[in-house]
Design a protein around this ligand. Structure first.
Ligand code: SAH
Length: 243
């Protein structure tokens, strides 16, 4: 059987990759991924062969990885964060049905929700919901329903894909839905470029978040009714008594 790794490389910096991921990359002949992620790791594995495809060519990228594995190469398909969180793992299994001689080996990674939480404080210490605001593959009405119900249930909400050039007001629309259930001074945060050059974390209120423009390299956290700002950090209490 030929081996095809599906690897979450973490948020960006080499030191935030798991040891298991680095070891699998060392064992690989060919590394396949979206251009931005290939550029992040190239300097640490310069002797490898690389192939990249642009964004929105996900099916092509997966097929390419399987075709190269069929040639006898050990191939690594890389994704940022965890490949099983808005990444390629699901698609790799679906396409893998056509390649019975290739064995998939998955290596989990540090996802933006938790790596960014460590920049902001402790926003996810209690129940939380993770929602992507990208409507490329999910109807916007369904996204709205999920945001609304998560806010009504007082979950902390972590938003992936909060913006893009075509979806500039989606974060504002999500904030408006949360504001139907939570107060404008609810503690929120966002982190741009987690674990990468230019990392920037901000703690602010829901009212302020509504007026903020973020980009696609940003993840957003909206607190629940208990979340506090403790000396500039976003902290959701777990509920311990006598603190
Ligand atoms: N598989 C990735 C998520 C891919 S979806 C993971 O587990 O983290 C892409 C979205 O993830 C981005 O729009 C952003 O919201 C978030 N994201 C991924 N890496 C990030 C980083 N280094 N800094 C900030 N946000 C990031």
């Amino acid at each position: 059987m030929n081996t095809l790794y599906v690897i979450g490389i973490g948020p960006g910096a080499y030191k935030k990759m798991t040891i298991e991921a680095a070891e699998a990359l060392k064992k690989s002949d060919l590394i396949v991924g979206y251009t931005v992620y290939v550029d992040l790791i190239k300097e640490h594995f310069p002797e490898k062969e690389y192939m990249s495809t642009p964004m929105k060519r996900e099916v092509d990228r997966c097929e390419l990885a399987f075709e190269e594995a069929m040639k006898g190469k050990t191939v690594a398909m890389i994704c940022s964060g965890d490949a099983g969180v808005y990444g390629m793992t699901g698609l790799m299994y679906e396409i893998g049905v056509r390649y019975p001689f290739v064995e998939l080996r998955l290596i989990g990674g540090l996802t933006a929700a938790t790596s960014g939480a460590a920049v902001l404080g402790a926003p996810l210490i209690h129940d939380f919901a993770v929602i992507s605001l990208s409507d490329l593959l999910t109807p916007w009405e369904k996204i709205e329903k999920r945001v609304s119900l998560a806010a009504a249930a007082d979950f902390v909400i972590c938003l992936y894909n909060p913006s893009s050039k075509k979806r500039q007001d989606y974060l504002q629309r999500a904030c408006d839905l949360v504001l139907e259930h939570q107060k404008p001074d609810t503690v929120c945060g966002y982190v741009k470029n987690i674990g990468r050059c230019g990392e920037e974390g901000h703690v602010l209120t829901l009212g302020e978040l509504r007026e903020t423009q973020v980009d696609m390299f940003t993840t957003v956290w909206i607190g629940n009714s208990q979340t506090k700002n403790i000396e500039g950090k976003m902290v959701t209490p777990r509920g311990y008594r006598n603190v």
